[in-house]
Design a binder for this molecule. Structure first.
Ligand code: SF4
Length: 156
């Protein structure tokens, strides 16, 4: 899916279009990881790029009036949402929505950048996450849990 969508990106909206054309977008034979160009994902348009900074797949989805969730790798739109599912003795399934932490990734987490949950720019938005990440939350936890989450947070 990602390869097919990448093939539709025009050079004007995809800074590393030439690298993708010449060497592909994956860095492993299993096609599980995107290539890294100059220290970042091949799809990341850098600040100052005329076609727009940010994820080229995300930008193309917006241009097409479609959801970025349909265009980007799922791990990209799910982070930093983490859901712990727990089966209780009475058969009820409990979903706890929280953020990913370094601890969740074991030793590898120590070297990760966590700008969305750590640092001065985390948790300072003007709008609640249940709104701004509503579509992603509903995809991850399901509509039933998402509706209950909104009810408990008393967000209209
Ligand atoms: S959101 Fe994902 S695909 Fe897009 S630039 Fe970032 S890592 Fe790459």
């Amino acid at each position: 899916m990602i390869a097919a969508l990448a093939a539709t990106l025009a050079p004007g909206g995809f800074e590393h279009h030439a690298e993708a054309r010449d060497g592909g977008i994956f860095r492993d034979a299993d096609r599980l990881h995107t290539r890294v160009i100059d220290g970042a994902c091949i799809f990341l348009n850098r600040p100052g790029f005329a076609g727009g900074a940010g994820c080229a797949l995300h930008l193309a989805a917006i241009d097409a009036d479609e959801s970025p969730l349909e265009w980007k790798p799922s791990v990209c739109w799910q982070l930093p949402i983490k859901v712990d599912w727990e089966q209780t003795a009475d058969g009820t399934e409990v979903a706890t929505v929280r953020r990913w932490t370094r601890h969740d990734w074991g030793a590898q987490g120590e070297t990760m950048a966590w700008c969305c949950t750590e640092g001065t720019l985390a948790y300072v938005g003007d709008e609640p996450v249940v709104d701004t990440m509503g579509e992603a939350l509903e995809q991850v936890v399901g509509t039933e849990v998402y509706v209950e989450l909104r009810r408990r947070l008393a967000v209209e």
